[in-house]
Design a protein around this ligand. Structure first.
Ligand code: AMP
Ligand code: MG
Length: 401
């Protein structure tokens, strides 16, 4: 039986994932999240004509003969009252952000002026309207500033603050649970009592990746390879948007997740893909809740998260584009493999040099070697049927995200 291709699996993941509901949050809480409403400007921006420079507000006609000598009749600062009116042959000292007084149409920067007693001497030629930021030049009242579907970063937080958008409608954070299964596993700080026991890294890796991806994450720790323990665990799936188990999905006798998924009435969408590593990955669904059974090998585990779980998270979060990005880079070293049956995602590093992207891969290609992620920033994709890649050849890479 031929195994399902990655594209097909990704499509199924996205088809079975629904956007989450939305909620109103204080604008700081919106960072990293997707807008679920259009945000409009509360006023014209700038709200009034104001000076872009420190200098003198003048009538353009009055500075056509240079040097011009104008009487200084007052001063306007940012936040100050604007009660002054400019009469012919006069100037008003003005600071950046201060309202432009009635009668003035140009601001001369202070660098082109010299004050002599009550007068200012102006040298230089300026366009009419120079150094004045006009009311509404950036935005009109009620104009859409940010569209529904935009990602909120620091810039957008600032922009929302500038239009007094205090609470904003965004997609809810996915609620994710992670649990590692395995009789051999010991958690942080627990004594290793037998040589066969190992330190569990997977539930920490996935906890951290889900947190980095903007989820609310519950760490459910470690569970033994016992059907009853795993049954009780899987009964909690519907309390979360995404439930992630690690380990116990291969073909071993103690791999209970697959068996219990069927027993507990989940819709099993796929189990085993034509990918390397992470071949045994399992995806099932109960109502709107998704279950990902990730393989126990640490690389398989996090790779399956990046390539299959992360897209589901993005879809729930309201992103339009959910699939991993593919870039092209030039390989700097030959790569070869004996078995070309599956699509392989090799930990690699890309960088820019001489106007193009170059790529090298980690010499540690095995699925238990988490150290292959050290210095890596992408996966290099080796497609089905490809035995060899040559230095200088263009390859597909998937940057980490
Ligand atoms: P499994 O998928 O349960 O058959 O596990 C495959 C391999 O990954 C075995 O060598 C396990 O010991 C190892 N492994 C399983 N779970 C974890 C974990 N949480 N952390 C680190 N290694 C694990
Ligand atoms: Mg196991």
């Amino acid at each position: 039986m031929s195994l399902m291709l990655y594209e097909e699996a990704l499509k199924l993941v996205l088809e079975n994932t629904q956007r989450l509901s939305t909620e109103k949050v204080f604008l700081w809480q919106a960072i990293g999240r997707v807008l679920a409403e259009d945000v409009c400007s509360d006023s014209d921006k700038p709200p009034f004509d104001n000076s872009a420079m420190d200098g003198y507000a003048v009538r353009w006609e009055d500075i056509q003969e240079t040097p011009a000598r104008l009487k200084v009749i007052g001063e306007l600062s940012a936040g100050g009252e604007n009660t002054l009116k400019l009469e012919p042959k006069t100037a008003i000292k003005i600071f950046t952000g201060a309202p432009v007084p009635e009668g003035a149409d140009t601001v001369v920067p202070v660098e082109y002026t010299r004050q002599e007693g009550d007068y200012v001497l102006i040298e230089g030629s300026f366009k009419r309207g120079a150094n004045i930021r006009l009311r509404g030049a950036e935005l009109r009242k009620d104009e859409v500033v940010l569209k529904r579907g935009s990602l909120i970063r620091g810039y957008e937080v600032g922009l929302m603050a500038s239009v007094n958008k205090v609470f904003v409608e965004v997609y809810r954070r996915p609620k994710v649970a992670v649990v590692s299964t395995g009789d051999e596993l010991k958690d942080l700080g627990e004594p290793i009592e037998k040589p066969s026991q190992i330190r569990s890294s997977n539930h920490h890796t996935i906890y951290a990746r889900a947190l980095e991806s903007g989820c609310e994450v519950a760490n459910l720790g470690i569970v033994k390879d016992e059907p009853q323990a795993i049954r009780e665990l899987l009964q909690k799936v519907e309390e979360y948007d995404i439930f992630i188990t690690t380990g116990g999905v291969s073909a071993g006798e103690k791999d209970y997740v697959h068996m219990l998924v069927k027993e507990l009435g989940f819709e099993l969408i796929f189990h085993k893909l034509r990918i390397k590593p992470a071949k045994p990955v399992l995806f099932a669904r109960k109502g709107r809740s998704l279950l990902f059974g990730l393989p126990g090998n640490p690389v398989s585990c996090v790779m399956a998260f990046d390539l299959l779980v992360k897209p589901a998270i993005r879809k729930m979060q309201g992103f339009e584009k959910c699939e991993p990005i593919i870039l092209k880079a030039e390989l700097v070293r030959d790569f070869s493999r004996r078995n070309a049956e599956r699509r392989e995602f090799v930990r690699a590093k890309f960088w820019q040099e001489g106007g193009k992207l170059l790529c090298d891969y980690s010499p540690k290609t095995e699925s238990h070697m988490l150290t292959s992620y050290v210095d890596a920033n992408c996966y290099m994709v080796v497609y089905e049927g490809v035995h060899e890649l040559k230095a200088g050849q263009e390859v597909d890479i998937v940057p980490f995200d």
